[in-house]
Structure formats: C-alpha cells, structure tokens
Design a protein around this ligand. Sequence first.
Ligand SMILES: [Ca+2]
Ligand SMILES: [Ca+2]
Length: 269
Amino acid sequence: MKQKVTFLVVVMFLFAWIGCNKSSTTPTEPDGTMATATVTGTITQTFTITPTFTATHEPLIDDCEDNDNTDEWGGYWVTFDDQANAGTSYVWPWSDPYATSHGLTPMLFEMSAGGYNSSYAAHITGYTTSTYQYRFIGMGCQLTATAGSSGGCHDVDISNFTGISFWAKGDATNYIVMIPYTPSYPDMTCDSASLVAYADYGYKLTAVPTTWTQYTIAFTQFTQPSWGSIHPALTTVLQHAKQIQFKTDDPPSAHDAGVDFWVDDVTFY
Ligand SMILES: [Ca+2]
Ligand SMILES: [Ca+2]
C-alpha cells in the first residue's frame, strides 16, 4: 500500500493586544502593517506493508526423532478413548479423560523407542472393551498448537497437498486414518461435537502388518462411512484440518485382546 500525504500548512500569526501584558510587542512590516508569517511545506511519506500471514509448512508432520510430544506443525500428539462414551477401553499413553476419571495426573504423549529406520515413533498400546458398543482407542497429531484448546481451536488449510504418507506397523487388525471435522476458530464452542456426527473422512488400514509398512494415501481416497448423514465436501474438511487421527477400526471386538499400533515419518505430499 502506498500512501502519499501532502501537507500544505499555512500558519498565520495574528497577535492581538489583550491589554494586560504591557511588555508584548506586535511584529510589524517595514511599512508598519502587522506581520503575516507563511510557512509552506511538503511532507511525503511512502511505506509498503507486505502481508506475511500465509504460513508455509514443510510437508513433514513428524518423524518423532526429537522424542517429544509435539510435531513439526506445532501441534501436540494426543491419545483418545471411549471414556466420554461411558466406555472402559484403555489406551497408553493415557488419554486425559482416562487420567482424570482415575484420579491420575494427566500425562503428556510419549514417543516409543524403535522407529522406522530410526530411533523413535508414535506408538499406542491398550485394549478395547465391550462396555461401549462402538468401542475405540486411538492417537492423533494435531496440526496447530491450539487445535485442541477451547480458547484457540485454530485449523489449517491442507488442501494444497495431494495426500498423506506414513510408515506403520500393527497387530494384523484394522485401523483407520482420519481427518476429523470439528468446529474451529472463531467458533469458541470448538470442543463440542463433530460437525459430521463422527462420520469423518477416513481411509481404512486393513490388517496392518507387524512389520513396518509404508502407506501413501491420496486425500481423494478418503471417504465417509456409509452410516454418515452429513456430507461436507472433502475440500472443505481439508481447508479446516486440525488433526490427523489413527484409530482402531471395525470390527470393534478385534481390539479387545489388545492394541499395538505404531506410526512414523508422517508427512503430507
Ligand atoms: Ca522416527
Ligand atoms: Ca516432535
């Protein structure tokens, strides 16, 4: 933006005799007329503002090698379970609801030793129980620092990427990678329910092998479950992404005996 401001300032000094100040004098011209001072100036200001609000991210979400609970996009790794559905499924690292309901101090996500060709990876263990019919546990990597904060809940537009790639290993059961669609800033009820009644876009990872396996999934391969009744465009969901989730998938009972799921080198492409 360029703005040119020109000021023409004309100041006329008029001195009036008030009568009480006998020492004051009135400037006069040689011919005796009252003096008039004229000041003329030009002020030119030129400035340019270049917007820098377009955040650019490297595609890598996390290779987990710094062994902390945050990813390269500034978000947090988290776990979740069906405690909020009155379920009793268990995930390690603990979900906050599990810790709270058991009188435990909530724990930060911990990476596990033994990544894909590397030192660390994200890993969950645990089990599901039939207490909640649609039982589940899972983990997610948030894509903004405030994605899980009720005072922030900022999303990010990932629609410029083609898809997501990662290495995973499991226990020969089914998991699903999902992009939850939840309210985001400036809607401050952002911790409320899913915008699609939990029928999120996802891609099923069938019988995840017990050895590291690479998955490369175009977003166009993500679909909503057949029972979903709310169908936003995939692009809309990608434009308001807050988290990538990895969750146990049908059949639910398959995970009652135990869960062992790893993921590493999570990246968009
Ligand atoms: Ca790693
Ligand atoms: Ca990290």
